[in-house]
Design a protein around this ligand. Structure first.
Ligand SMILES: Cc1cc2nc3c(=O)[nH]c(=O)nc-3n(C[C@H](O)[C@H](O)[C@H](O)COP(=O)(O)OP(=O)(O)OC[C@H]3O[C@@H](n4cnc5c(N)ncnc54)[C@H](O)[C@@H]3O)c2cc1C
Ligand code: FES
Ligand code: FES
Length: 493
């Protein structure tokens, strides 16, 4: 067991112990290291001005991704290499080709957002993707600029294409860092400090286990512990001081939870799988979910955030849930019994939520895997997300609609709507109505009216209850036009 975190910033080694490990990375970079090129604007993952590259050991090499440093805490960064905008400069060159491209294309005015854009572009060089207008728009979704205008920034990105620019991380000596990480990564990290306030003393602690058993044992002994996976929900709450946990466990080192495989048409997703990895996988195997993932948050968020975190966070507008409900997914919950035996149970997602933010997960359990069967050829699946903005926005309303068809009729139906109640809702009466019915528009019009009766939306900052009632009704007809128009034409003929 170690009592310090080990990581590198721009090739320089750091050992961090005690209270210092509880800082957001952006704070550490700016205040402790004076690396003020990394900017902070929103402190909640929304603007990208704090983007840095984070390299973690995967298959014996360091793989780098762009991450929002304002919502990555140091306890998530053990055995990682952070590259900031200052780290792009190297050798005799004064500025990096990405920075030069921004200058040449007039991609910066006040310059406050610029280091974030530069790092997001550097992340695209790191993953060696083709820099087209589409890929740049996608890669820069998480970066906001108030004054330059995005055209010039896109032009800067386009000018980098085909120039054979080496990966930014190649400026650093990887072998020495890898050897250092390999020596340390098998040791769990535990750090604590005493917080004294108003005459009382509190022990604040974080723990970074290296095996599932260690993690479950810690959970068994510290049932109030706050679990952090990608931290994209938790860290926003920490930054906004809505949460002040005194015990944190980071799952960063549980690489065993990063499995993503398919076994006899059953997809198995480990709790450590990020939205980025799931998105890549779904492009081939589940295009309907890939479409939703393409409008989920930004790359910086998807590189850190996990599907398991989305489920455990238990928000009624979590984007994964309508899909998981209608595909009838199961969640694997694991815990350690008193005698040290590992116990696992599968719970259907449709039984997982007991009320707003209340789940079936017990205080000593962790989500370890999620599984579902791929849709069959006669299944129709469609997923919807309605939000004020298309990209990087929280959903106002979500829906998952799944139908099993037989001889032109609906044999079975599953509907799940989000944002219309304290949890994502299945619509049993509308589902029952649809069973045995033909695929004609009048049926979906009627189903829409029934759907209104089964939901209980409220008005909030994102929309009025009336708007959500209307969406729930209209989505049924939209589904019909999206998926069944041809069938209706056949009926009419
Ligand atoms: C800018 C921004 C944009 C976002 N956009 C979207 C969006 O478009 N759609 C959407 O649905 N969400 C969105 N989110 C929310 C968030 O990114 C997702 O909910 C994400 O999937 C959470 O995953 P995480 O790994 O970061 O969770 P964390 O923040 O690490 O954890 C979330 C919760 O899950 C618990 N938890 C995590 N892993 C486990 C586990 N294995 N076992 C038990 N409990 C666990 C944690 O204790 C915590 O309660 C956004 C967030 C931000 C900051
Ligand atoms: S400061 Fe806005 S994303 Fe980090
Ligand atoms: S250049 Fe001013 S915010 Fe982008």
């Amino acid at each position: 067991m170690r009592n310090y975190l080990l990581f590198y910033v721009n090739g320089v080694r750091h050992q961090i112990a005690g209270e210092r490990g509880f800082q957001a990375l952006s704070e550490f970079l700016r205040l402790d290291l004076g690396l003020v090129g990394t900017k902070v604007v929103c402190a909640e993952g929304d603007c990208g001005s704090c983007t840095v590259l984070i390299g973690r050991v995967r298959n014996s090499e360091l793989r780098y991704e762009g991450i929002d440093s304002c919502i990555q805490y140091l306890y998530q960064l053990d055995c990682a290499h952070v590259i900031t905008v200052e780290g792009l400069k190297g050798g005799a060159e004064k500025i990096h080709p990405v920075q030069k491209a921004m200058v040449d294309a007039f991609g910066s005015q006040c310059g406050y957002c610029t280091p974030g854009f530069v790092m997001a572009l550097a992340a695209m060089l790191e993953t060696q993707e083709n820099l087209t207008r589409d890929s740049l728009q996608d890669g820069l979704t998480g970066n906001l600029c108030r004054c330059t205008g995005y055209e010039q920034i896109i032009d800067a990105g386009l000018s980098l294409n085909q120039k054979g620019i080496p990966k930014p991380s190649k400026r650093f000596e990887e072998e020495a860092m890898l050897a250092d990480f390999t020596e340390h990564v098998a040791q769990a990290v535990s750090c604590e400090f005493e917080e004294k306030w108003n005459g009382s003393v509190q022990i604040i602690q974080f723990y970074v286990p290296t095996t599932l058993n260690e993690a479950l044992e810690f959970k068994q002994n510290n049932q109030h512990v706050t679990i952090v996976a990608g931290g994209t929900d938790i860290s926003v709450q920490l930054n906004k001081e809505r949460l002040e946990p005194n015990c944190i466990m980071s799952l960063t080192h549980l690489t065993g939870l990063e499995i993503l495989e398919i076994e006899n048409k059953t997809v198995i997703v480990g709790a450590g799988v990020t939205w980025t990895k799931l998105g890549e996988y779904c492009q081939q195997h589940l295009p309907q979910l890939a479409e939703i993932i393409s409008i989920f948050a930004s790359r910086q968020i998807k590189n850190a955030a996990t599907l398991a975190g989305n489920i455990a966070n238990a928000s009624p507008i979590a984007d994964s849930l309508p899909f998981l409900y209608v595909i009838d997914a199961e969640i694997e919950l694991s815990r350690l019994l008193q005698d040290g035996t590992l116990e696992k149970r599968w719970v259907r997602i449709n039984q997982f939520y007991h009320g707003y933010k209340k789940t079936e997960m017990k205080a000593d359990e962790l989500i370890t895997r999620i599984r579902w069967n791929l849709p069959e050829t006669d299944d129709v699946l469609k997923l919807y997300k309605v939000s004020k903005r298309k990209d990087l926005d929280i959903s106002t309303f979500t829906a998952g609609i799944w139908l099993k068809l037989k001889k032109g009729k609906i044999q079975n139906a599953r509907l799940a709507f989000g944002g219309v109640g304290p949890v994502v809702l299945r619509l049993p009466e509308t589902e029952e109505f649809l069973r045995g019915k033909p695929l004609v528009s009048a049926i979906f019009q009627e189903a829409g009216k029934l759907a209104r009766e089964e939901i209980s939306p409220i008005s909030d900052v994102r929309s009025s209850a009336d708007y959500r009632f209307q969406l729930a009704e209209n989505i049924m007809l939209k589904f019909f036009h999206d998926c069944c128009d041809n069938q209706d034409n056949k009926e009419a003929a």
